[in-house]
Design a protein around this ligand. Structure first.
Ligand code: ADP
Ligand code: MG
Length: 313
């Protein structure tokens, strides 16, 4: 495998969670209604099954080549918040550092195709019977990059990070049925029946107690009332982001004597002109700044104040 591909792999495939995010976003980009993820071996073994539009033989072979993106038109808009894929290097990077098998079928074909890739090289190609959609199986992530392997955390930690990613994606895509299975046990399962169901399916049925739905999403003490900001989920143009200004607006707008240093449970969806958003991409989160932070702050604050009664006592 070329050095440049190995370097690229380090950037895209930082850890199992970041790899899984890329794979899931590919499935979502393919218009899937159902995505299922089976994870084992601390995130080194991953099977992802989707019912998206699939790939024909040519596209399947191409997909593991570097910069083979079918979404190239969006490439210049690097941090576009509307679409997931843009760089065409996720699959090739994953392929460079793992043992992959993939099968896929499109609706135009009667038969699907199956390939295996080892350390970036295609080792097998054959036709197979299968449904429309794509199945990707990754084994032994980082088998040929000992340094990276050494940095893997213990399974429980990797699984926690994976679960966080899936929760974010499931909330951002509440009309897609997403299942996460960790070591054979169902960890998350959404039905694809809307945001309210997704919240209950992810956090349990009590979470919506004391939570109100309003223009921007959901807000209240809930049962996730926490002393960290982890209970605040903000989505800008359907991507999970972190924004201090939005968090402040939530906290300021929803200040009650109940708070006592705790944070409410909030799920907010905002749509903003991508030109007005500056995204700082970290491995696990996107920190956003708005060109007019004050405007966003006031917008969120007003929405909250008009829904929730203030209690400053
Ligand atoms: P990108 O998503 O940036 O285009 P990737 O390396 O993630 O690049 O994927 C390469 C290409 O493989 C995609 O552009 C897409 O055409 C194809 N692909 C990957 N995963 C899937 C999938 N689950 N269903 C259909 N096509 C896929
Ligand atoms: Mg992609």
């Amino acid at each position: 495998e070329s050095v440049s591909n190995m370097i690229a792999a380090g950037e895209v495939v930082e850890n199992p969670a970041s790899m899984i995010k890329e794979l899931l976003e590919n499935s979502l980009d393919a218009g899937s209604q159902m995505v299922s993820l089976e994870i084992k071996n601390g995130g080194r073994d991953v099977k992802i099954i989707d019912d998206g539009h699939g790939m024909n033989k040519e596209d399947l072979l191409l997909s593991v080549e570097r910069h083979a993106t079918s979404k190239i038109s969006k490439k210049d808009d690097l941090y576009n918040l509307y679409t997931y894929g843009f760089r065409g290097e996720a699959l090739s990077s994953i392929a460079a550092v793992s043992k992959i098998s993939m099968s896929s079928k499109t609706k135009e074909e009667n038969i699907g195709n199956y390939i295996t890739v080892l350390g970036g090289k295609i080792t097998n190609l054959k036709e197979i019977q299968r449904n429309i959609g794509t199945t990707i199986e990754i084994k032994d992530l980082f088998f040929n990059t000992p340094a990276r392997l050494k940095f893997l955390r213990k399974a429980a930690t990797e699984y926690g990070n994976i679960k966080d990613i899936i929760i974010q994606e499931a909330l951002a895509n509440p009309n897609i049925a997403i299942t996460l299975i960790l070591d054979g046990k169902v960890s998350i399962k959404t039905s694809g029946n809307g945001i309210e169901n997704a919240i209950v399916e992810i956090f349990g049925k009590n979470v919506l107690k004391n939570v109100k739905s309003f223009d921007l999403g959901f807000l209240g003490n809930g049962t996730l009332y926490r002393s960290t900001k982890d209970s605040i989920f903000t989505f800008v143009n359907n991507r999970m982001v972190k924004s201090k200004i939005i968090e402040n607006a939530i906290i300021d707008g929803y200040y009650t004597k109940l708070m006592k240093g705790k944070y409410p449970f909030a799920i907010l969806f905002l749509n903003v002109d991508p030109k007005e958003v500056d995204v700082n991409v970290h491995p696990s989160k996107k920190i956003v700044k708005f060109s007019d932070e004050e405007e966003i702050y006031n917008f969120v604050l007003k929405k909250i104040e008009s829904t929730f009664e203030r209690d400053d006592n």
